[in-house]
Ligand binder design. Structure first.
Ligand code: HPA
Length: 274
């Protein structure tokens, strides 16, 4: 196992005394869903080897408890490569979540919309991804492989579980789309948005993809949902200037929608034998 992951899991298990079967990662400003969890909150900084979240509006706590009748481990906040973490460091929490025994990983993020049908406030189920960073070498699986954790080579086809996408769509009426991963922290220039659109991408954001790759390596079932917080700008002629403030303001509107979806989705997630 990746160095430190089993120690971190043992520390969390000892503190929380609970066997979660679903793991949730809550993205930018989407953390308030964690308030619905009845359980034990542990700051990332207390967990051995855990990376500490520095992004604004990422509380940086791991909460173990009960959410809508299911045992969960919830990451209230995450870490990103733009904070200076390596891809391997970014996915360390996912390795800990797997070591805790969770079999299903539900991720959320804030994203820029690139599809003509995208509106601020939409929730979209991710069905595929494109990451120029991962494709050019920033793959979290790069380096020695621990066969005990997963195989050397991992397929990314159907990485986003088709049955879980169908379940989310049946409950929430979400569209599906392809998520483009960028490292950030600068927002994409219009030329990059045009390139990503040409490549068939619908959403753009600075997270999720490294975690999905690690989760698939670990054999977890993955569902990822983007909240569209802004429409990505693809022309220098546009007067619109993307900003973090715009993202935070939109996230506040989206929170109740995400909570409503999770209220239906979490109890309906298939139980995987541990
Ligand atoms: N680009 C990158 N990350 C984001 C965006 C965006 O437009 N919106 C929210 N997170």
């Amino acid at each position: 196992m990746t160095r430190g992951a089993s120690e971190a899991a043992a520390f969390v298990r000892e503190k929380a005394g609970l066997q979660p079967d679903i793991a949730l990662v809550l993205g930018s400003g989407l953390g308030p869903l964690a308030d619905a969890v009845d359980g034990t909150a542990i700051p990332f900084a207390e967990i051995p080897c855990f990376p500490v979240a520095t992004a604004p509006s990422h509380a940086g706590r791991l909460i173990l408890g009960t959410l809508f009748g299911r045992s969960v481990a919830v990451m209230q906040g995450r870490v990103h490569m733009y904070e200076g973490y390596s891809p391997q460091e970014v996915v360390f929490p996912v390795r800990v979540l797997a070591a805790l025994g969770t079999k299903t990983l539900v991720l959320t993020n804030a994203a820029g919309g690139m599809h003509p049908n995208d509106r601020v406030g939409d929730l979209v189920a991710i069905e595929d991804h494109l990451s120029l960073a991962v494709a050019s070498g920033l793959d979290p699986l790069r380096g020695p492989n621990d066969e005990g954790e997963g195989p050397r080579f991992v397929s990314m086809n159907r990485a986003y579980d088709p049955d879980l996408i169908a379940l989310a769509q049946s409950l929430g009426g979400l569209r599906r789309g392809t998520y483009a991963h960028v490292v950030g922290p600068s927002f994409e220039p219009p030329a990059l948005i045009r390139l990503l659109k040409l490549a068939g991408c619908d959403l753009v954001g600075m997270s999720t993809v490294p975690e999905v790759i690690a989760a698939r390596h670990l054999g977890m079932r993955v569902l990822a949902i983007s909240a569209v917080t802004n429409i990505a700008v693809d022309s220098v002629g546009s007067p619109h200037v993307t900003s973090a403030e715009e993202v935070w303001d939109s996230v506040k509107i989206i929170q109740p929608k995400l909570l409503a979806l999770m209220r239906d989705l979490i109890p309906a997630l298939p139980k995987v034998p541990t």
